[in-house]
Design a protein around this ligand. Structure first.
Ligand code: 17E
Ligand code: FE2
Length: 411
């Protein structure tokens, strides 16, 4: 199969792409079709590596309003609403919602998903269901699972044992939620426990870290220190880190040295944290999104996630990575031309580093032929116009296709 005239990652000159046996066999400015080879002319459309959702909660997906709506819009009311829904979970309910969510993602060119799964549930029903359904969905997406202790490790009955059981069952990554633990000391102990659990089992880590406007929330310094001391480096991801928005500049100046030394990744969730944070503020209201610009300028890897898809924390979402990038650029004031052009990396290669996809990801000869074709000439136009993903190709197979809308102005 030969795809002609692809604008790969904003390149000035188009390339042809030959796909064979599910791999990128050849990428060159002009490739002569072989006899009987199927040819598709992409006519200069943008081709990107598949989008990656590096942070979502698939166990809770598509449950907004069931049984109650989050009326205050706070993280904490979200956790209460979810606790009520958690009581009603069963395996088929979880699987059915995850299937729908993954198909929504697939329709938008997303082929890799990291999901947090709440393990503060003695039955671990959601974890078991998602471990199961991810096999069924592997033709659509690779799903990575984080054992996520929504109600705390030290502050929930048998929290440590539940985390250990989740790892035994097959979680890929270890989570924590230090800012939700009853005390600062529990927060520190939960991070020590989680880092050691990850190190012992050779797993990745992704911590819900300081998702609060409280400028005294200092989980991040503990996480980065333990990551440094245990040599975990970029196996570790700090998600949210909203408190960093509110830290004093003097403290951030000191913290940055440690963050750079530690080599950890960050995931910001601009849509959801602009919605959940600042809720105790009157005016001015803080934005609550971590310091993406400064982290990026320091050479630290930052990805963007959606966090939620129609659930107790966020009442919207369509399974596209575009809106989180779009809002993310506004709220972090990263609206220079090059910032805009490069911003697809927040949901492609930067997220690939978070998930440790290595050489199984990216548009290069010899790698799996997985990519998204957008109805735009470059990422600037795609982002600004909310261009659809017209083709999503996974290991050489077309797994989703969208017909762009035809708009006519009649006067
Ligand atoms: N749970 C949590 O602690 N924080 C979030 N942003 C979501 C769930 C979505
Ligand atoms: Fe989250």
């Amino acid at each position: 199969m030969l795809y002609q005239n692809a604008c790969i990652e904003n390149a000035k000159e188009t390339q042809d792409i030959r796909v064979e046996n599910g791999l990128f066999a050849e990428i060159a400015p002009r490739i002569a079709p072989r006899e009987n080879e199927e040819v598709k002319d992409l006519e200069g459309r943008l081709v990107l590596p598949p989008f990656i959702e590096p942070h979502v909660h698939l166990d809770a997906t598509l449950t907004a309003g069931d049984p109650v709506w989050n009326m205050s819009g706070t993280l904490f009311e979200g956790i209460e609403c979810w606790a009520k829904r958690k009581d009603k979970l069963n395996a088929e309910d979880v699987k059915e919602r995850v299937r729908r969510a993954v198909k929504l993602y697939a329709s938008n060119g997303v082929q890799f998903i990291r999901t947090h799964v709440d393990v503060t549930d003695p039955s671990l029903v959601a974890l078991k269901a998602i471990l199961d359904v991810r096999e069924e969905l592997r033709n659509l997406a690779d799903i990575q699972i984080v054992a996520f202790p929504q109600e705390g490790i030290l502050s929930f009955p048998n929290g440590k044992e539940l985390m250990e059981e989740a790892v035994r069952l097959g979680a890929d990554a270890v989570g924590a939620i230090p800012h939700f633990e009853f005390t600062r000391e529990y927060g520190v102990e939960s991070l020590n426990f989680a880092c050691e659990l990850a190190a012992k089992n050779g797993l990745l880590m992704d911590v819900h870290c300081d998702e609060t406007d409280d400028d005294q929330s200092r989980g991040l310094e503990t996480l980065a220190t333990r990551a440094l001391e245990l040599g975990l480096k970029d196996k570790v991801t700090a998600s949210h880190t909203c408190a960093m928005h509110s830290y004093s500049n003097a403290y951030v100046l000191k913290l940055m040295r440690l963050l750079k030394m530690s080599g950890i990744n960050f995931v910001a969730n601009p849509l959801v944290n602009t919605h959940l944070e600042g809720r105790a503020d009157t005016y001015p209201k803080r934005r609550g999104v971590t310091r993406v610009k400064e982290l990026s300028e320091a050479g630290i890897n930052v990805a963007f996630g959606n966090d939620d898809l129609f659930d107790p924390w966020y009442p919207m979402g369509c399974g596209s990575m575009r809106d989180t990038v779009y809002l993310g650029l506004h709220v972090t004031q990263m609206m220079g031309y090059h910032d805009i052009m490069n911003s697809y990396r927040f949901v492609t290669e930067n997220a690939a580093k978070v998930l440790h996809l290595g050489e199984s990801y990216g548009i290069a000869e010899g790698r799996p032929a997985s990519f998204a074709v957008l109805e735009a000439k470059d990422w600037y136009e795609a982002l600004s116009n909310n261009a659809p993903v017209v083709l999503s190709v996974r290991k050489g197979e077309v797994i989703a296709r969208t017909q762009p809308a035809v708009k006519q102005v009649l006067r």
